[in-house]
Design a protein around this ligand. Sequence first.
Ligand SMILES: [Zn+2]
Length: 263
Amino acid sequence: MSTPQYEVYAIKYAHHTRRASENFIGGVPHDAHDGPMPLDYFVWLVRGAGREIVVDTGFSAAMAAKRQREHLRCPTEGLGFLNIDSKKIKEVVITHLHYDHIGNFDLFPAATFHLQDLEMNYATGRHMGQPVFRGAYEVEDVVGMVRSVYAGRVRFHNGDADVAPGVSLHLIGGHTMGLQVVRVATRRGWVVLASDASHFYANMEQVRPFPIVYSVADMVEGYRRLRELADSPGHIIPGHDPLVLERYPASSKALEGIAVRLD
Ligand SMILES: [Zn+2]
């Protein structure tokens, strides 16, 4: 049996304006211009062979207000544009437990959540006593995931694992202790949803790590691992780069600026 080929979508749901110096450890070189370098926020959809797999669940309008992000739509509304009903989704990959990747988990009541052991350890362990490590976590989201564990709805992985034929998870760490990326078989080859293993193309291409980090060494090693997993650098999809919407075609005319096809 040959490996299925999946459709892969990035769906934008929020935006945040910031300066380039905020996106790199050490800022920008002193002779470089510190211009605007905004973040887009996405969830991703993998679809094919009778499966619908959602990667990350985004955050709510209330969380956007709390954290002063520009909320464009509920991620489930964005998925709805692609005829996905979040209430019926059975498989959700959680790349890591930061607020912008795990909020809204309650809008997926039928889902099993795929999560790395190390990510739960990190989000519930000693390092969360330090603001520098807990800043991008929301305790209610993490507690919600713990409740999901008790409900039998979290599928833990310890390193690399298959979710379906042609869809695999790979532990990268770096940004958080248990960050995982998703590798998908598509008609153009192996595409890797890097999530926050590289926020922007520039982080991995220039080896200039993003400043929210558990292990700089693992983050830098992760850039190499991403290239190993993907068929080419052009098959790696960064987690927050607005360029993703420019480099890939809209999934339909009506969804320009909202959803693109990555396959
Ligand atoms: Zn993120």
